[in-house]
Write a protein that binds this ligand. Structure first.
Ligand code: AP5
Ligand code: MG
Length: 224
């Protein structure tokens, strides 16, 4: 009785705008899982002007992917830090997924599940072009679907919200095409590995959270 549950180690898979970051923040608060967002780490590096940031910037601005070797090196250090985690935006290519499998095997930290969150294309575009982001924490809001209490100000830390430079319609289209070509094959990769679960990302944010918690069997870990 009351045997401790094994640590949750999740991958969030899904197109830009599906709600990966939004749901990751909720699970971080409710379940104490650390969100490891490659997009947020890269944007911090771009803002700081680090070598990684300088190399990553042109790929991010054009809606392409940052080269696998840079991402894999960055993530190996992150994976060693915690026992439980939620990977948001990684892996994004089959090479990254293989590197993740190898790293987790080496660390003795098997993956719990790869969670695919998806929504229709018109909805993804609407979400991204109306998004406002806190560049310090990565928290996202939306003009219409999830507005902050005060326009352009974060509810949590009171700091300014910005529009991501890659949330313009032209770059959003490129990001969606990149997803179809490079990342969507991971759905089959994780289905074959037996770790794929799906959550419909089209409902209200709170309803998606409920479905997510049910799907990963974590309802009881969530305070009301
Ligand atoms: P990244 O930051 O990961 O961007 P992304 O995958 O394009 O995903 P988004 O952050 O745009 O979408 P999301 O699913 O998190 O949506 P959110 O929850 O914010 O990557 C950026 C770039 O970095 C990449 O293009 C690439 O260049 C590079 N990169 C990153 N990782 C890499 C890797 N592993 N390899 C190589 N390159 C990499 O929600 C979106 C909006 O919708 C918000 O406004 C939100 O409020 C709203 N919303 C959320 N849920 C709902 C809902 N249920 N109903 C209504 N509105 C909702
Ligand atoms: Mg995100």
């Amino acid at each position: 009785m009351n045997a401790a549950k094994p640590p949750l180690r999740l991958v969030f898979l899904g197109p830009p705008g599906a709600g990966k970051g939004t749901q990751a923040k909720v699970l971080e608060e409710r379940l104490g899982l650390r969100q490891i967002s490659t997009g947020d780490i890269l944007r911090r590096n771009v803002a700081e002007g680090s070598e990684l940031g300088r190399k990553a910037k042109p790929y991010m601005e054009s809606g392409g992917l940052v080269p696998d070797d840079l991402i894999i090196e960055m993530m190996e250090a992150e994976l060693a830090k915690d026992d439980a985690f939620l990977l948001d935006g990684f892996p994004r290519t089959v090479a990254q997924a293989r590197a993740l499998d190898a790293a987790l095997l080496r660390l003795g930290k098997p993956l719990t599940a790869a969670v695919l969150i998806d929504a229709s294309r018109p909805e993804l575009v609407r979400r991204l072009t109306g998004r406002w982001t806190n560049p310090r924490t990565g928290r996202s809001y939306h003009d219409e679907f999830n507005p902050p209490k005060t326009a352009k100000i974060d509810d949590e830390d009171g700091g300014p919200l910005v529009q991501r430079p890659d949330d313009t319609p032209a770059v959003v289209n490129e990001r969606l095409a990149t997803y179809d070509e490079k990342t969507a094959p991971l759905i089959e990769y994780y289905r074959k590995a037996g770790s794929l679960v799906r959550v419909d990302g089209l409902g209200k944010i709170a309803d998606v959270t409920s479905a997510l918690l049910r799907t990963i069997g974590a309802e009881k870990g969530a305070p009301a």
